[in-house]
Write a protein of this length. Structure first.
Length: 97
């Protein structure tokens, strides 16, 4: 296992070049607002270097990435709204499904 750090946008290219030189089998992009804000660039670099990448948010595959394993945020907010609505109507949380 290799850990490559990129805390600035201008470090992405070098990080992916390093991963490519190491001939990694795949990369896991950490769940971080910074990475989410640069998802198009990260997806493009993974494709250009032919490195399969797994992301934590569905927005990455929507932008062309391979796959994600995390929660779909809009669905999460929808579920929260449904449960809050049930509670406001008097349903007990233990009865909510």
């Amino acid at each position: 296992m290799h850990i490559v750090d990129a805390s600035r946008e201008d470090e992405f290219e070098a990080s992916f070049a390093t991963l490519s030189q190491l001939q990694v089998a795949a990369v896991v992009v950490a769940n971080d607002p910074f990475f989410t804000a640069h998802r198009d660039q990260l997806v493009a670099l993974a494709a250009r270097h032919a490195i399969p990448a797994i992301y934590s948010q569905r927005e990455f595959p929507d932008a062309g990435g391979l796959l994600s394993y995390g929660t779909h945020i809009p669905d999460l907010y929808r579920q929260v709204g449904l449960y809050a609505g049930k509670s406001l109507k008097g349903e007990k949380p233990a009865e909510s499904q």
